[in-house]
Design a binder for this molecule. Structure first.
Ligand code: PBG
Length: 324
């Protein structure tokens, strides 16, 4: 007798009943870029629909984010002044610190996640301290831990280090604890690959390295087992959540990490993933809503509970509609 799997696909109702993975708005985190100034809401050319926001406009954006039911935002700061040591990253009056203070007082229930890295703040665009053309690990970690404490003091709920220096999770955890921030969680960019898919972000953050590349700290995309080692170290050092980045080209890594670890797994669907879909959709080559829903469902199916995506706002609206 012929076996008929199609029976479970005959109607939207039965498809919904048997669907194993559904993304909800509660899974989503929305990344935002904060700039100095007032009244600024400037679209990033390589990321249509994503904006540079001054703090006043950022607060208006948060209002929208909260109304849509998105649980949190991931903040990137673009300072006016960059220097060798990335000093605006850990200045208590830096752009992110001020944004956090403003956001915390107006939106106490939104999760504020502060990305911690030096690349948006250094004149050379590297994620750490540079000496004689080399990226120094331990002195970078010191500044990264200092930034983390400064963000926690300003109101961050979660600290998300994206620098990929060795030992930074332990340093951040002990600096947070030492300053009384024992309840502030660390979401580690644990398996962060050196990726061409970050291109549009580097336009947005003006953080393209002035020389060389990030291959001495970000991971080689040929490696899967190394991701487990990075995850293992980060969990040992105190990471509460581990992240895989990018997402779509790394579904196997998301899956391995989620099987291997027992902490929540996040995946960052990065700027290039966003811009590719946007560009194809703008040309009429792909159905945007369909492609985005399929991509985020695949990321969750692979094992990520938390999905960081520039499509979060659009998704919040689409998820209310019927997609089966
Ligand atoms: C750097 C950082 C990067 C992203 C987030 N934090 C990129 C990089 O390594 O240059 C990329 C995010 C994206 O592409 O959306 N600390």
């Amino acid at each position: 007798m012929i076996k008929r799997p199609r029976r479970l696909r005959v109607s939207a109702e039965i498809r919904k009943l048997v669907r194993e993975t559904s993304v909800t708005v509660e899974d989503l985190i929305y990344p935002l870029f904060i700039v100095e100034g007032e009244g600024i809401r400037k679209e990033i050319p390589s990321m249509p629909g994503v904006f540079h926001l001054s703090i006043d406009m950022f607060l208006m954006e948060l209002d929208e984010v909260q109304k849509l039911g998105i649980p949190g935002v991931l903040l990137f700061g673009i300072p006016d002044r960059k220097d060798e040591a990335g000093s605006q990253a850990y200045d208590d009056n830096g752009i992110i610190q001020r944004a956090l203070r403003a956001a915390k007082s107006s939106f106490p229930n939104l999760l504020l996640i502060a990305d911690v890295c030096l690349c948006e703040y250094t004149s050379h665009g590297h994620c750490g301290v540079v000496e004689a053309g080399k990226i120094l690990n331990d002195s970078s970690v010191e500044l990264i831990a200092k930034s983390a404490v400064s963000y926690a003091a300003a109101g961050a709920d979660i600290i998300a280090p994206s620098d990929m220096m060795d030992g930074r999770i332990a340093a951040i955890r002990s600096a947070l604890d030492g300053n009384g921030y024992t309840d502030i969680a660390v979401m580690a960019y644990s398996a962060k690959y050196s990726s061409s898919f970050y291109g549009p972000f580097r336009d947005a953050a003006q953080s393209k390295p002035a020389f060389g590349d990030r291959k001495t700290y970000q991971m080689d995309y040929g490696n899967a087992r190394e991701a487990l080692r990075e995850v293992e170290l980060d969990i040992e050092e105190g990471a509460d959540i581990v992240m895989v980045k990018p997402a779509l080209a790394y579904l196997d890594i998301i899956n391995e990490v989620s099987r291997y670890s027992n902490v929540p797994v996040a995946a960052y669907s990065v700027s290039g993933e966003y811009s590719m879909i946007k560009a194809a959709a703008a040309n009429g080559w792909i159905d945007e809503k369909g492609a985005v829903l399929e991509a985020v469902t695949a990321i969750k199916r692979a094992g990520a509970k938390i999905i960081i995506t520039y499509f979060a706002k659009q998704l919040a609206a689409w998820l209310k509609e019927d997609s089966l």
